[in-house]
Design a binder for this molecule. Structure first.
Ligand code: ATP
Ligand code: MG
Length: 148
């Protein structure tokens, strides 16, 4: 069944540093996903730790937080039919070496950590992650569909 969803996309510091913001937004728009919130932000250590709190026991957590605070990121709220799964499809697998040909991570990622982009993995995490970065006035959409 068709379902309009919202999801959070992040262009990670590696992709921002290599000048790939435009290419990633181009792919998003070409796929028919609509940016409804967009900004460039420098994450603090606390923000990065909080965002990835679910991974706090993983061996890569400290390194991931360091990477995600190493430079600015672009956070983008996306809207569209099945936006969560479609954005993850565009991203490709977590490890660029295993990602499908033509995916963002295959084309622009470096390794399993420096993998160019983030995408929410489910409706509930999308709501939480969108609210983490955007307040109501920063999302352009109908009031009844605001996150949170
Ligand atoms: P994301 O949550 O960023 O969209 P994902 O859902 O594909 O990616 P997760 O398992 O949620 O992957 O991991 C979050 C992020 O942590 C990854 O995108 C990657 O940057 C980093 N990461 C995951 N696994 C590893 C690992 N084995 N070594 C180093 N970094 C990792
Ligand atoms: Mg994830």
């Amino acid at each position: 069944m068709a379902e309009t969803q919202r999801t959070l996309a992040i262009v990670k510091p590696d992709a921002v540093a290599k000048g790939a913001i435009g290419e990633i937004l181009r792919r998003i728009e070409a796929a028919g996903l609509r940016p409804i919130g967009l900004k460039l932000v420098q994450l603090s250590e606390g923000q990065a730790r909080g965002f990835y709190a679910v991974h706090r026991e993983r061996p890569f957590y400290a390194s991931l937080v360091k990477f995600m605070t190493s430079g600015p990121v672009v956070v983008c709220a996306l809207e569209g039919e099945q936006a969560i799964a479609r954005w993850r499809q565009l991203m490709g697998a977590t490890d660029p070496a295993r990602a499908d040909a033509g995916s963002i991570r295959k084309d622009l990622g470096t390794d399993v950590e420096r993998n160019a982009v983030h995408g929410s993995d489910a409706p509930e995490t999308a709501r939480i992650e969108l609210a983490y970065f955007f307040n109501a006035t920063e999302i352009q959409g109908p009031v009844e569909a605001l996150p949170g």
